[in-house]
Design a protein around this ligand. Structure first.
Ligand code: TYD
Length: 219
């Protein structure tokens, strides 16, 4: 886990792997579902919609612990997210990609870099390496950042806030900055989409970006 930049091996599989990232309340879940419907029809392939944390049975237990359990330090938090991710990839994401499916995940390893490094201020390099180790180097083909100002997303949130939602304004501003920095550093993988607008407007932006990358006609 020490020395040199994080390994960013792109592991090739027959499937197509998309992750949605961004602040809380930015509409990722709805946009992931809409993109799944569109891509499934456009490509004629199986689509698997999933999420982190909590995309598997073990993940549901880890999700409850990390979001609603006892308070914990940033390292324990980072390890729980990484454990969720390791199991998610090994048991669900990789098998689906290997059978040629389109896998769309609502959050992936960039959430750990944005929240546990940007937000909690752990080392970005260490957090990235931890996740890359957990998933044996599997990176998405494309990562869609639904970018929204934390003040706007706070207004969209409903219900009791979880441990991360309670982390404060400065935390969420750092998270957004970390995402934008990462997107800027790797434009080959990232697409930044303005998440302000109606569901249909944002979906049209996401679709146009993906259509361009996949050489599809957007209609
Ligand atoms: P999520 O279910 O996506 O919440 P929301 O729908 O409100 O966006 O994610 C739960 C929380 O977990 C969210 O605040 C972001 C946080 N998180 C991390 O801090 N690190 C991670 O690696 C992941 C996957 C999520």
């Amino acid at each position: 886990m020490s020395g040199g930049p994080a390994r960013v091996a792109r592991v090739s599989t027959p499937g197509y792997f998309v992750s949605f990232e961004g602040g809380d309340g930015g509409g990722k879940t709805t946009q992931a579902r809409l993109l799944g419907e569109w891509l499934g029809a456009a490509l004629g392939r199986e689509v698997v919609l999933t999420r982190e944390p909590g995309g598997t049975e073990l993940g549901a237990e880890l999700r409850r612990a990390v979001l609603h359990g006892q308070d914990m330090g940033p390292r324990a938090e980072a390890l729980l997210y990484a454990a969720d991710r390791a199991h998610h990839v090994a048991s669900l994401v990789r098998p689906a990609l290997e059978r040629g499916a389109v896998v769309i995940t609502d959050r992936y390893l960039d959430s750990s870099v944005a929240y546990q490094a940007g937000g909690r201020q752990l080392s970005e390099d260490e957090v990235e390496r931890l996740s890359l180790w957990a998933v044996e180097g599997l990176l998405p083909d494309v990562t869609i950042l639904l970018d929204v100002d934390p003040a706007t997303s706070a207004a969209r949130m409903t219900g009791d806030p979880d441990r991360l939602e309670r982390a404060g304004d400065a935390f969420h501003r750092r998270t957004r900055e970390a995402y934008l920095r990462r997107a800027e550093a790797d434009p080959g993988r990232w697409v930044v989409v303005d998440a302000v607008g109606t569901v249909d407007e944002v979906h049209a932006r996401v679709r146009a970006a993906l259509a361009g990358r996949l050489g599809l006609v957007d209609r």
